[in-house]
Design a binder for this molecule. Structure first.
Ligand code: MLT
Length: 313
């Protein structure tokens, strides 16, 4: 009887609003992607997706909580390269295993990383910045969204490449970090394009380089790290929808179908593309592809981050 009731509940899913946990502050990159994609998913599913911001510990607080929710499809989450790629290397007591404790739903967006600084930082290009860091690095503050976040992992990786040791300043997300960058209270950060592109376009912050092999169409004047003379620093992040482990395949399929529809929708695509987001290819949109990505990313980043060391924190 219980099995039959369960099957019926899954068949009718969803019958009430779905909570999507965003493990960072509102207004930042993860939140923005969750709201854009979630809005269209809500139309398909016929129920509202309500974003809940649960910030802390580089995203691991929110993801831990969401991973322990009932696996009934009513709590899902937006994870990313930090929470599901870097966290195991940086948190010895992490309460979840990115590859084992989730039912992956699908990739939502790729987000190239940019090296950005406050508007009046005393360097005008990446070469000048790297030079400046050599002599004044200990006086420079680098913002990030907590140990294990994308801005933190890409930040300590960047610092290890240019051999700099700025003072690390932690925020609940790069949304608030960006506000402080614009307010001149911190000096620089490495952040995802969807957060910083509008402020670079508006001239409110400086962009030294984008860490991708080619420039972004939304920031045609920002050189790639390679063009700017820096080898060995190419990195792009990703954001993806996960459900807690044990969520039924029927529910995961409904969520994945809704995500795939969102990514095929012209308006949703335009909103992501206008911010410099990268739309996942058809092959990248399946739960299986996301499972593989998580496994590959944990394996790829663990040695890099261990080598970059925890000194930078
Ligand atoms: C955010 O939404 O604040 C970011 O994704 C934080 C980060 O991981 O850097």
């Amino acid at each position: 009887l219980a099995v039959a009731a369960d099957a019926q509940a899954q068949g009718n899913y969803p019958q009430r609003p779905i909570t999507m946990v965003v493990p960072f502050a509102a207004g930042g990159p993860t939140d923005v992607i969750a709201r854009i994609v979630g809005e269209h998913m809500s139309h398909t599913l016929g129920q509202q997706i309500v974003v809940e911001n649960v910030a802390g510990a580089g995203g691991t607080t929110g993801i831990t909580r969401a991973s322990q929710a009932q696996p009934d499809g009513y709590t899902i989450m937006m994870g990313h390269m930090g929470t599901h790629g870097a966290a195991p290397a940086l948190y010895p007591n992490l309460k979840y295993d990115p590859a084992k404790d989730f039912a992956p739903v699908g990739l939502a967006a790729g987000t190239p990383i940019l090296i950005v600084a406050r508007k009046d930082f005393p360097a005008n290009d990446l070469k000048g910045f790297v030079e400046y860091m050599k002599t004044n690095g200990d006086k420079v503050n680098m913002a990030h969204a907590g140990v294990g976040s994308v801005s933190h992992m890409t930040g300590i990786f960047f610092n290890s490449v240019i051999k700099a040791k700025p003072t690390m300043v932690s925020y609940s997300g790069t949304g608030p970090a960006l506000n402080d960058l614009m307010g001149n209270t911190v000096d620089f950060m490495t952040d995802q394009i969807v957060n910083v592109a509008p402020q670079i376009q508006g001239g409110n912050i400086k962009a030294f380089a984008i860490a991708t092999p080619v420039r972004s169409p939304v920031l045609p004047n920002v050189p790639t790290t390679k063009e700017a003379g820096l080898d060995g620093y190419e990195v792009s992040a990703w954001n993806a929808v996960f459900a807690p482990k044990g969520t039924s395949p029927e529910i995961v399929k409904k969520l994945n179908d809704a995500l795939v529809k969102a990514l095929a929708d012209e308006n949703t695509k335009k909103r992501l593309l206008d911010l410099g987001g990268v739309i996942p290819s058809d092959a990248e949109r399946s739960p299986e592809a996301l499972q593989k990505l998580v496994e590959t990313e944990v394996a790829r980043w663990t040695p890099v981050l261990k080598a970059a060391g925890t000194k930078a924190q």
